[in-house]
Design a protein around this ligand. Structure first.
Ligand code: FAD
Length: 255
């Protein structure tokens, strides 16, 4: 047996599982297909309940120290507040939502795992699994085989482990496509408004999310009548002084 527990995938789910098990004295091996962790914002909000759950594992304070505490989250259209969402009345030690890049979240989790003596083996992609009465054998795409009593599939949306185990993926898919961009740019929008807005402005960061033209499908939306040009795209025009642009196109075609 190479490991008591093998974890496929070192995103937030896999790293958290590894920390919990390592802290409880279990022998864990965690592998990830990518040579390096991703460096984009992706899930940029950590809620107070998540911090409460992570508190016993030595991660909550670390995350709270790295993120922007946002007692009132606001959704805006340029400098106009559309929806204020208050978190400051929650009965918790963390009465805010925490704005933090997923890359930073993963770095905090990895630091804690390393304190516990763990490390992520990269690049190592699980390409197949065989299960028997005593455990599981995972095949890596470089030909190695890892034997473990348990395998945790934390390998994301298109999980090889889930598919190999014959576990279905229920749920729906939105017909619309969105452009999501992590950008740094000079913007007047954060000068007024929430503390988080001002802090984000000082840090020069904005998260822009805008609908793209609807894809064909049963729930296809219509373009915004007053917004022919998605503002996310407008925000990353080359003539603007964005010092860092990390834009991704998320396309969810209707099935
Ligand atoms: C552009 C973008 C924006 C997003 N924005 C938000 C947001 O605003 N809010 C929000 O809540 N969520 C957001 N998400 C979703 C969020 O990132 C995911 O919910 C989260 O990453 C899921 O964590 P996870 O650990 O389950 O999987 P992942 O983070 O996907 O990690 C899976 C890991 O498994 C590895 N892997 C994959 N296959 C294998 C294999 N066969 N063997 C070994 N390793 C493997 C991958 O390399 C990866 O590191 C966004 C995602 C993207 C892509």
């Amino acid at each position: 047996m190479n490991a008591e527990v093998l974890i496929a995938g070192a995103g937030p789910a896999g790293l958290t599982a590894a920390i919990v098990l390592a802290q409880r004295g279990r022998q864990v091996m965690i592998v990830d297909a990518q040579a390096k962790g991703a460096n984009t914002f992706r899930a940029a909000v950590v809620h107070s309940r998540t911090l409460e759950v992570l508190e016993p594992y030595g991660v909550a304070d670390r995350l709270a120290a790295h993120g922007i505490h946002t007692p009132v989250f606001t959704i805006r259209d340029r400098d106009k507040v559309l929806v204020p969402v208050p978190f400051d009345g929650l009965p918790t030690a963390y009465p805010y939502t925490l704005m933090i890049s997923q890359a930073d979240t993963e770095a905090c989790l990895l630091a804690r795992l390393e304190e516990l003596g763990g490390k992520v083996i990269r690049p190592a992609r699980v390409s197949g699994i065989e299960q028997d009465a005593d455990g599981v054998t995972a095949a890596l795409d470089d030909g190695q085989r890892i034997r473990a009593a348990y395998l945790i599939g934390a390998d994301g949306l298109n999980s090889t482990v889930r598919q190999s185990a014959g576990i279905g993926f229920t749920g729906g898919t939105y017909a619309e496509s969105f452009v999501l961009a992590d950008v740094r740019l000079p913007s007047p929008a954060g000068r007024a408004g929430s503390r988080a807005g001002r802090a984000a402005h000082r840090a020069g960061r904005r998260r822009l999310r805008s609908p793209r033209a609807a894809q064909p499908g049963p729930r296809a939306g219509r373009p915004h009548p007053r917004r022919p040009q998605p503002p996310g795209l407008a925000a990353v025009r080359p003539e603007q002084k964005a010092s860092r642009v990390n834009a991704r196109l998320i396309r969810r075609d209707a099935s």
